[in-house]
Design a protein around this ligand. Structure first.
Ligand code: NCD
Length: 324
């Protein structure tokens, strides 16, 4: 669905109305007030889940979950989100078994699914796929990751996690570590953090630096960032350490992947250099970047981060379907 084709505002809140019938393709669609609104709804969803479990806010609504790439958390949390709001889900998580394997195009696939569903969550291996799907569809498309492009709903839940863990969002020192080139979550998150005057540190191997497309945007917004190849100097001043997996599936040269995959490993020893109050985050899956003996550290927020994702995705579905 294109912005110009948005439906009428629902009764009630204007912010909710801003997202009613809209696609969620990029974090650039969100200003600070929108974020506060999303987080307020997510808080309400949390209270609801903890006290009641499931409600019928989206009863009768159907979500199509269309995943061209593997997913555990994003896929199952969108499913759980829809079901906890009383809606139902068409899961297409193995496009191999759908008509995609017969050569059906993305526009035709989304035009099909929107005949049956009210909203489509799409993960695809190409940058811009969600925008392309949105051009073709009348119903809202939610980008659940477009190749190494963006992952807006992950960034929203990441920001919600920071707010819950540290109690604030303004003026934080955030260090992103790992595969900053191919990791779409850090592309989206650094853009969102630029709204809150964050001081950013990007730690990666030389070959996996943050793309210029992202750093140019940060510079244009007056956000300071510093690039490093080692963590130790910046860790003591870090409020949020956001670790990412080296994205094996995006490498043409697997030998290069092998040489970089364990460039950084967070251990209890590493955590000794970190502030007593900080958040260690990871979008998951982890494949060795954070050793499991860090899990018991109270600063390890990555399991809570997954749970927050449910509430944020419930909020987004309710907003897009005009029920927040
Ligand atoms: C991330 C993704 O798919 O970009 N996973 C997720 O959605 N939680 C991170 C990753 O795959 O490394």
């Amino acid at each position: 669905m294109t912005p110009s084709s948005s439906a009428h505002l629902p009764l009630g809140d204007q912010r909710s109305g801003r997202f009613y019938g809209k696609d969620i393709l990029t974090v650039a669609q969100f200003g600070r007030e929108d974020l506060e609104y999303v987080f307020g709804v997510a808080e309400a969803m949390r209270t609801m889940v903890q006290h009641i479990g499931t409600i019928d806010l989206l009863k009768g609504k159907i979500l199509a979950n269309l995943f061209y790439e593997p997913s555990t958390r994003t896929q199952s949390s969108f499913m759980a989100a829809m079901q906890r709001l009383g809606g139902s889900v068409i899961p297409i998580s193995e496009v191999r078994y759908s008509s995609v394997s017969k050569g059906e195009s993305l526009p035709d696939t989304v035009r099909t699914l929107e005949c049956y569903a009210d909203v489509i969550v799409l993960r695809h291996h190409e940058v811009g796929a969600a925008a392309q799907a949105a051009e073709a569809a009348r119903k809202p498309i939610i980008n659940a990751g477009d190749g190494p492009g963006e992952h807006p709903t992950q960034a929203l839940l990441d920001l919600f996690t920071i707010r819950e863990e540290l109690g604030r969002l303004d003026g934080l020192t955030v260090t992103m570590l790992g595969d900053l080139k191919f990791g779409r979550t850090v592309h989206s998150l650094s853009r969102l953090l630029s709204l809150f005057g964050a001081k950013l540190h990007f730690v990666s191997p030389e070959q996996l630096r943050m793309p210029a497309k992202v750093t140019d945007e940060l510079t244009a917004r007056g956000i300071s960032y510093v690039e490093h190849t080692s963590l130790s100097a910046v860790l003591p001043e870090t409020d949020v350490l956001y670790v990412t997996r080296v994205q094996k599936e995006r490498f043409e040269d697997l030998a290069l992947y092998e040489s970089l995959k364990h460039a950084f490993i967070i251990t209890p020893e590493t955590m000794k250099l970190a502030k007593p109050k900080m958040a260690l985050m990871h979008p998951l899956p982890r494949v060795g970047e954070i050793s499991t003996d860090v899990d018991a550290d109270p600063r390890a927020a990555y399991f809570r981060q997954m749970e927050y994702g449910l509430y944020v995705r419930m909020a987004l579905l309710a907003m897009v379907l005009g029920k927040a």
